[in-house]
Design a binder for this molecule. Structure first.
Ligand SMILES: Nc1ncnc2c1ncn2[C@@H]1O[C@H](COP(=O)(O)OP(=O)(O)O)[C@@H](O)[C@H]1O
Ligand SMILES: [Mg+2]
Length: 255
């Protein structure tokens, strides 16, 4: 592995077992995936539903183990026992859940304390302000809208000042104004040196902020592009053409 790789996947596969009465079924979520994310990059993982984006994010965070292949993050293998690399990751999961009777501030304090020995209230306030939740910081989460929960989830993923951000559908549930706020926040974090890897099924999110895009289909990478490849054309058109071609290929294959 080259030293400037933050994330390194080599021929990674992951199947899920679906239990049945007589026979188990297997779903291949990730199928021979190889890619790298280098220090300071801002990469978007684009794909239809069930393409394998969330599984890829879980593989990076170590929640899911590969059946085969190599996953390295910060130069070491991901494993449940290896907690040190996890302190350097901020992970926004697909469906964040919070304890409804805690306030936003208490929740953030808790997440902060998981990865840091010292928790400074200045840091809590500055992150709350960055995600636009400072005024609601001492309200219980049970009264929060979906967008506010998503802002809190983003706050929890950056509170320990991680080097790598893994964001699974960060724009999910946000209104256009909030999306714009979060977009600007992520651009600022990237400018300040954070490596960002986000997934989305929305082209407009990815197009505006990412510098590189990886398109996945059925667990495989079907296209990789840099900003210059889509800046003067239409990423949505490229995406639809690329994915439709794969769909047709799969249809022919299954007949
Ligand atoms: N825990 C799980 N158990 C069984 N199947 C799963 C599980 N998680 C994901 N899958 C399946 O794996 C495939 C890829 O899912 P996922 O990684 O969530 O894709 P995406 O995030 O792109 O929608 C889908 O077919 C999905 O149904
Ligand atoms: Mg997903």
């Amino acid at each position: 592995m080259k030293s400037d790789n933050i994330v390194f996947f080599s021929n990674v596969s992951k199947k899920y077992r679906i239990p049945g009465f007589i026979k188990h079924r297997y779903i291949t979520a990730v199928d021979g995936l190889s890619f790298e994310v280098k220090k300071g990059e801002f990469v978007g993982l684009l794909g239809l539903n069930a393409a394998g984006k969330t599984t890829t994010m879980k593989l990076i965070s170590g929640i899911v183990k590969p059946d085969s292949g190599v996953v390295e993050v910060f130069g070491s293998l991901t494993s449940v026992g290896n907690v040190e690399y996890k302190k350097r990751i901020g992970y926004l999961c697909e469906l964040p859940y919070f304890y409804p009777y805690l306030t936003a501030r208490k929740t953030l304090e808790f997440y902060y304390s998981i990865s840091s020995d010292v928790t400074k209230s200045d840091d809590i306030n500055s992150v709350l302000s960055e995600v636009g939740l400072l005024e609601r910081a001492d309200d219980k989460i049970k009264g929060f809208s979906k967008g506010m929960m998503q802002r809190l989830a983003i706050a929890c993923s950056i509170i320990h000042n991680p080097d790598l951000l893994i964001l699974d559908e960060p724009a999910s549930g946000l209104d256009p104004l909030s999306i714009n706020d979060i977009r600007n926040l992520l651009l600022k974090l990237n400018e300040n040196g954070k490596t960002i890897f986000l997934s989305s099924h929305s082209i407009s999110d990815v197009e505006k902020i990412c510098k590189r895009v990886i398109i996945m289909y059925a667990g495989k990478i079907i296209k990789e592009m840099e900003r210059k490849d889509w800046e003067n054309s239409d990423l949505e058109k490229i995406f639809i053409e690329t994915v439709s071609y794969e769909l047709e290929k799969h249809k022919k294959h299954s007949h």
